[in-house]
Design a protein around this ligand. Structure first.
Ligand code: SF4
Ligand code: SF4
Ligand SMILES: [Zn+2]
Length: 277
């Protein structure tokens, strides 16, 4: 198996995964979305809320704020020695006290742990007019996206099968498919259609080019064929700021490895046969 990155920065990653099956590619996607622990606000004590939002709306908005977390300083609540009660090892307390007129932003959540804070300081929560107030205490806990979407570390996470575009001798370079391609990745070169250098990954597999070619009356088969390579996948991962994308991918792969080892061990125990890793 091979992973080749074409982009990797704090919040965005694009990579090609080669030499694996579709179920395996999908398990990586699911692990990134649902099995990488992050922090999110779970309980809120509201001392004063005279804003235009009901308490429920306000707490819902607080729950969706990405919180910059670090697994080295906290453990997921399900694995914590407190047994899920909530303690400084698996949760962190934030306080907020804002009086109008003002816009309440995520930066107004003051963390008791200086290593932890909202991932973005400028997320608007509610607008207060004169004499309106929000005073509360919120507890964020570590958990995973499988429990609730607010713990997902990704805002976008998906893949497509790698496209394969072949041009046959039937192509006369008429350019009809070039006009039709919505991604603009085709060109006529030496009287034959070809993919523009470095643009193949942009193909959406819509096959409009094949249809355009058939409409020229070329015969039974189009001059351009768009198929897929079922062992190569193009991933796009966008983080919400709670973890760097590199960390999301690393933790997801680690999760799959641990789960696979546990499954192997259990199969060995049942069958008594040793299996290769
Ligand atoms: S593939 Fe078909 S539509 Fe495209 S340039 Fe060749 S002949 Fe024309
Ligand atoms: S399949 Fe769609 S995106 Fe890909 S080359 Fe053909 S028209 Fe363009
Ligand atoms: Zn705990």
């Amino acid at each position: 198996m091979e992973i080749i990155f074409s982009q990797l920065d704090e919040n965005n990653g694009r990579f090609q995964l080669a030499g694996c099956s579709t179920p395996f590619a999908n398990s990586i996607r699911r692990a990134m979305i649902g099995e990488v622990p992050t922090l999110a606000i779970e309980t809120v004590k509201i001392y004063d809320n005279t804003s235009a939002l009901f308490d429920e709306m306000l707490t819902h908005r607080l729950g969706l704020i990405p919180i910059r977390s670090n697994e080295e300083c906290l453990v997921p609540q399900s694995r914590c020695s407190c047994g899920g009660e909530g303690c400084p090892s698996c949760s962190v307390i934030f306080t907020m006290s804002v009086e109008g007129p003002a816009m309440v932003y995520s930066r107004d959540l003051i963390s008791q742990d200086p290593r932890i804070s909202p991932a973005e300081p400028d997320i608007p929560i509610v607008k207060l007019i004169k004499d309106q107030k929000v005073v509360l205490e919120a507890r964020a806990v570590m958990s995973v996206g499988r429990e609730h979407a607010k713990w997902q570390p990704t805002t976008a996470c998906g893949y497509k099968v790698h496209p394969v575009i072949q041009v046959s001798d039937k192509c006369d370079g008429c350019g009809q498919c070039v006009e039709e391609c919505p991604r603009g990745i085709l060109e006529v070169r030496n009287r034959r259609v070809a993919v523009i250098e470095g643009q193949l990954e942009e193909c959406s597999l819509c096959q409009l080019c094949m249809r355009a070619c058939m409409n020229t009356g070329i015969g039974d088969e189009p001059g351009i064929m768009v198929t897929t390579d079922e062992s190569r996948f193009l991933f796009v991962v966008e983080g919400d700021g709670s973890l760097p994308v590199r960390e999301i991918i690393g933790q997801a792969l680690e999760y799959i490895r641990t789960q696979s080892s546990e499954l192997s061990a259990q199969i060995e125990e049942i069958t008594g046969e040793t299996r290769d890793e």
